[in-house]
Each structure stands twice: as C-alpha cells, then as structure tokens.
Design a protein around this ligand. Structure first.
Ligand SMILES: [Fe+2]
Length: 452
C-alpha cells in the first residue's frame, strides 16, 4: 500500500468497527491499526514521519501488570506542552466540597433537572456541569462524584480534560458529538461513553441537552468478571467502540482555551492551536462508547431475584476484593418469568449508595414521580423499595411471562462510598421532590396471625 492510501486510512472518520475494542484483553492490548505506517517498529523515533511529535499518554503507573497497564502514543503536529500557564477560572456549580451542606440521610428524589434555553443563558458542556453528590477526593486518588450536565451551546475553541479521574457520560436528552484527541465520538441517548483521565475533548450539542456523569478518582472502568456465567454475556467486549484518528491543523492565535479539572478545581490556559492535532495514535488507553441495547441480559428463570449486580455494565474496582468504587448498572427491557415471585425490585437496605437515573420510559418500581432526566439517591442503609401502588399491583398480578421495562432504560450508579449531597442538589437546582417519602405512606399491614 502506498503512503497516500495509508494516510487516507488514518483520516477515516469515526465509524462502527467491532474489530476495534478498547476492552481487548489480548496479550499486547494494543490498537495498532491506525498508525503502523508511522512507527512500524518503535514508538519514539529520532524523527517522526511527516515531522510529527510523539507524545505518550499514560493511564496507569508504568509498572502496572500487563493486564492493567494502559498507555497510548499520540503523533501530533505540536505537543500538548505548548500553552500559557494555567490560571484559576470560575467553576460554576462544579465542586468536590462535600462539607458545604448539612448531612442528608433521607431518601431523595429529583424532578427532571432544568435546561436553560440558549436565549436565557448559554451553557456549554463545561459551564453546564453541576455536581450533585460525591465522596472522597482526587488528591488521594480515592472517591467518586456524580454530576448532572445541562447545556445548550457547543464548546467553541474550548476543550476540557479531567486530571482527577474518568468520566462515564450518560446522555439523556440530545446527542453529543465529542471531538477527542483520538478522534470523534457521536454519543446519543441510550449510549454511554467513557472519557478517561487526561484525555482532551470538546463537546458539540444540537439543542437543549442533558445527562448524567459518574466520575471516579483512582481506578478505570472495566468489564465485570463473569464467573460461572462463562465467556459471553452482559456487556460483550466487541460492542465497545473507539474512534479512529481525526485531526485539524488549525491556528487560533492565543485564543484556544484548554480547561483542566485539577484537584476538583477548574483552570484554563491559552494556546495558539487546536489540540485536536493528533494525526495518528496507537495504544490501549482510549475513549470509548457503548450502546446499551447491546447488553445481554441474564436474569432469574425459576424463582426469586438475582441481585441487580447481574446488570452491571462497567465497574471501577476499589482495592477491596469484590467492592467497587462505583458500578454502572442498567435495567434494560427483558422478560420477567419468575414463578411465585414478587417481581418488582425487593425492599432493600444496602451497605452501598444507590443513585438512579432514567434515560427514557417509566421505571417499574415507581411509575409516577421518577421521570426521565431526574434522579434518586438511596444512601447507605436508607430503606427503599416499590411504592404502595406497585406493591399492591405486583402482589396480585397473574404471573405469566411478560415483557418488563419495555421502552425504558433506567440505570444505577452504585458506590461503596457514603456520598454527601451538594448545596446545588439540595437547594439551588430547585428540583428536589420534598414529597418523595409519601410514596411509601400508603403501604399497609397485611399481617394476619391466623393466615399462613
Ligand atoms: Fe437497592
């Protein structure tokens, strides 16, 4: 193949290609398809082809075992280091101050978070970040944060990177065209994407846009182990898509703003050129996306419930075996067939924290009140479960095979951290539903000592 043809391949726009998998577990864990022609036998030649600079992005300690070692090599027109010094900038409602509001142990539910119109207030993906809750902190590399993003404007000559951790982004309304150093990702509702620590990206939106973000400090997301399930099932590696290289050689004369979230605060720096100047890359540290419709659901086919961990898409492990910093769990459309079983979610008190969101449809345990674009938080050991109406209905339902959650996609961020809720979450957002507790008030006793 001659060089010009190979360059064309490098510039191929993003497309679905199941041969590219960010979750590949091959011995080399490398995605070399895009730049073999640049550096066939080494990463960092004395002079790179086409006059490019080589830059490594490390996503793990150099010394991590091969199974967890992550890095990519980027071949770019100018290296990332060419910028003016970072200065503090306004960070709106983004915070990692977990002591700003009174501790709140109650069940919490939020109405859909409002999205201002662009004619009222312009918000892009970064200025539209609102921290809802979280725990831990990035300095010690142990913690999580849950953010809501509401925006109506594309990022123009602005990019963002998170020095603190990884973003798992769940769009709920409006699609996101995300330009990254690795290429472009179009992410629509019912898809998710993960932008890992340090990766620069800029978000284009197409109207009023809203979604959820799970941020983890100190671990990367990975597929859960399958144990007795075997080699296939849940989220399969082949369905995770990574972008192909895309670049622009664009000068912006001191007017391109690079925003870094560092130790929970935002900083901005100016530079003269677009940071999306990576002509080719290879490596196993990449952004990626996943369509939730590809999740292979496994569930009880006899009686009782499997625990919701059976619906885990991605997990960010803590250092304690079996305990996650946070899991991303979904409740997709599926068949319910369990015999002699109360089929909705069971009543529950958990040693983990459960934040739930709804991308579309109606959630089975609470058909009213929990709406797309809203959320709920059931904190550590805070009781929760189906509302009174759901209990009465499901206790009397004739048990036949039935479709559950058709047209619906609810999800849960489940964490081993005891999370604090921010002032924005409790007050400023003006979305907290103070009547939530009432949905259980109608539950009545059915106890009858003489009737077994
Ligand atoms: Fe629960």
């Amino acid at each position: 193949m001659n060089v010009s043809l190979k360059i064309h391949a490098v510039l191929e726009p993003y497309q679905k290609d199941s041969s590219c998998s960010a979750m590949s577990q091959g011995p080399l864990q490398a995605l070399c398809r895009q730049c073999n022609f640049l550096t066939k036998s080494q990463n960092n030649p004395q002079v790179c082809p086409y006059g490019l600079y080589a830059e490594q992005l490390s996503g793990s300690a150099f010394t991590c075992p091969r199974s967890t070692n992550k890095r990519s090599w980027l071949y770019r027109i100018l290296p990332s280091v060419c910028h003016k010094p970072f200065k503090p900038m306004d960070q709106g409602h983004l915070t990692h101050n977990w002591d700003e509001a009174e501790t709140e142990p109650n069940q919490l539910r939020w109405k859909p978070f409002g999205i201002p119109r662009a004619s009222e207030k312009k918000l892009d993906f970064v200025s539209g970040l609102h921290t809802l809750c979280g725990a831990g902190e990035p300095k010690s590399r142990n913690g999580i944060a849950i953010h809501i993003f509401t925006c109506n404007t594309s990022m123009i000559n602005r990019c963002f990177y998170n020095s603190d951790g990884d973003f798992l982004i769940v769009p709920q309304q409006g699609k996101l065209l995300i330009t990254t150093e690795f290429g472009k990702l179009l992410v629509e509702p019912n898809e998710i994407c993960v932008i890992q620590q340090g990766m620069r990206f800029s978000v284009e939106v197409f109207g009023e846009t809203r979604g959820y973000i799970l941020e983890v400090f100190g671990a990367h997301f990975e597929l859960p182990d399958l144990g007795p399930i075997g080699a296939n099932g849940l989220a399969n590696p082949r369905d995770f898509l990574v972008p192909v290289a895309w670049y622009e050689d664009r000068q912006v004369a001191g007017d391109y703003t690079v925003i870094s979230k560092y130790q929970g605060k935002l900083f901005s720096a100016q530079q003269d050129f677009s940071p999306f100047n990576v002509v080719a890359w290879h490596g196993n540290y990449t952004p990626y996306k996943y369509n939730l419709d590809n999740f292979m659901v496994i569930n009880s086919v006899a009686f009782d419930h499997a625990d919701p961990s059976i619906f885990t898409v991605l997990t960010a492990k803590s250092t304690r075996p079996g305990v996650a910093l946070a899991d991303f769990v979904i409740f997709p459309p599926r068949w319910g067939v369990a015999n002699n079983t109360f089929r909705p979610p069971y009543y529950h008190r958990n040693c983990m924290s459960e934040f739930m969101g709804l991308i579309k449809g109606r959630y089975e345990a609470k058909e009213e009140g929990f709406q797309p674009g809203g959320g709920s938080l059931h904190s550590m050991m805070t009781p929760h479960g189906p509302d009174a109406e759901c209990f009465e209905k499901a206790s009397k339902a004739r048990l036949e095979p039935e479709r559950v959650a058709e047209g619906t996609m609810a999800f849960m961020f489940e964490s081993s951290f005891s999370m604090a809720v921010t002032t924005w979450g409790l007050k400023t957002s003006n979305c907290l539903d103070r009547t939530y507790y009432k949905c259980w008030e109608q539950l009545k006793s059915h106890f009858n000592p003489s009737c077994k």
